[in-house]
Design a protein around this ligand. Structure first.
Ligand SMILES: *Cc1c(COP(=O)(O)O)cnc(C)c1O
Length: 226
């Protein structure tokens, strides 16, 4: 049964996504297993998430702090070690909660958030890896710093002792993704960053061939969100 068939089983969908990631890694002559699959579980109930955990998935992503706080403490309690990544916009007044709950934050995109995260990390006593989100096409409705603001923001984050793992982007929905992924990879190289959070259900194989270290896949693992 094809992986995107809603009747398929979660373990089959997971295996299919891993197979495609593996195929893209081989195609690009990358080391096998160099891509971290983040299962984006936003809007999904615990009952939909548990079967993926049972199938071996250990890295999940959410886009809202409050939703994640409601779901994940119990899931972690029941299933043990799970890494949680925040992939949605973060308000400064939620920085402390985010630092306490998440193991990585993919949406560092402005100066004020650098300050809030640095203070939260000192207070909470943990330093989750951060990705700087870049709004490559200057889309007004999306988070992310501009390409021009990236060097300054990166310098501020490094000065504030925030562990910057790499760059993250969500390319324009209506355009071919590959050129944007290639641009993000170039920006990361230029700044000595190794992490690349790029690629969603519709384009993660392309992202992997262009160097993604983290792909954020929701629909292909859970089916369409309702
Ligand atoms: C929802 C979301 C995803 C996953 O999207 P799918 O198309 O369902 O795979 C990835 N990244 C971000 C930032 C998201 O908000």
């Amino acid at each position: 049964m094809p992986a995107d068939d809603p009747r398929s089983r979660p373990d089959e969908r997971l295996a299919a996504v891993h197979a495609r990631i593996g195929g893209a890694e081989r195609l690009a002559r990358r080391d096998a297993g160099g891509t971290t699959l983040i299962a984006i579980s936003k809007t999904q109930a615990a009952e939909a998430i548990a079967p993926l955990i049972a199938a071996g998935q250990r890295v999940f992503g959410e886009n809202r702090v409050q939703e994640a706080e409601g779901k994940w403490p119990a899931l972690r309690e029941a299933h043990g070690d799970i890494a949680l990544h925040l992939v949605g916009q973060l308000q400064s007044n939620k920085a402390e909660e985010a630092v306490a709950l998440f193991d990585a934050i993919h949406s560092l995109d402005r100066s004020s958030l650098v300050g809030a995260l640095a203070r939260a990390m000192d207070k909470v006593g943990r330093r989750p890896a951060c990705f700087i989100q870049v709004n490559l096409a200057d889309e007004p409705q999306k988070g992310g710093c501009t390409v021009d603001d990236l060097p300054g923001l990166l310098a501020e984050a490094r000065a504030a002792d925030i562990p910057v793992a790499g760059l993250m982007t969500v390319p324009p929905a209506d355009l071919e993704a590959a050129p944007w992924f290639a641009l993000l990879a170039k920006l990361a190289r230029d700044h000595g960053l190794t992490g690349l959070s790029m690629g969603m259900s519709g384009d993660y194989e392309t992202a992997v061939t262009l160097g993604a270290t983290h792909v954020r896949v929701g629909t292909a693992l859970f089916g369409a969100r309702t």
